[in-house]
Design a binder for this molecule. Structure first.
Ligand SMILES: Cc1cc2nc3c(=O)[nH]c(=O)nc-3n(C[C@H](O)[C@H](O)[C@H](O)COP(=O)(O)O)c2cc1C
Length: 147
């Protein structure tokens, strides 16, 4: 049975709204095992078939929690090759974080990433939340066809 991780960080709740919608879309499309969380140990990343990350941009960067997570995963040689990766996040003016995360997932870990990332300017509106649900659905359907 496939497992999907929706990992997010959110300080003022905007990226959290996106994460909830991504998880909802994934579950409704047929994969029941969707873990929505703001913390995971680096070794545990290997236990998921898809890793979807919600990261707001602060100071032109991704949250330190996520940087540390991938630093640790690399140091411990956690194998994420071929897993489905996606990224999304709220931003104010530059929005680098989700793009940086997709780059790491693709170039360092050899994941199969869905591009471009989903970016919401501040509070995600209804259209953006629909896009988030669609991202979850796409991943769920991709995994169902793989197994
Ligand atoms: C101290 C601070 C620094 C920020 N730096 C950036 C930035 O470099 N680029 C950007 O696009 N948005 C920046 N923002 C805006 C946040 O990304 C935006 O408020 C976003 O909605 C926060 O998402 P969250 O509610 O999920 O934490 C910054 C906000 C704060 C408070």
């Amino acid at each position: 049975m496939s497992r999907i991780l929706v990992l997010y960080y959110s300080r003022s709740g905007n990226t959290e709204k996106m994460a909830n919608a991504v998880a909802e879309g994934a579950k409704n499309a047929g994969i029941p095992d969707v873990e929505l969380t703001y913390h995971v140990d680096s070794e545990d990343l290997a236990n998921f078939d898809s890793i979807l990350i919600g990261a707001p941009t602060y100071h032109h960067d991704m949250p330190i929690e996520m940087k540390t997570l991938f630093e640790e995963a690399a140091a411990k040689s956690v194998n994420l090759t071929g897993k489905v990766g996606g990224a999304f996040g709220s931003y104010g003016w530059s929005g680098e974080a989700p793009k940086l995360l997709l780059e790491i997932m693709k170039n360092k870990f050899g994941m199969q990433v869905i591009e471009p990332p989903l970016l919401a300017k501040y509070v995600p509106d209804g259209t953006m939340l629909d896009k988030c649900r669609a991202l979850g659905k796409q991943v769920s359907e991709t995994l169902m066809h793989q197994t």
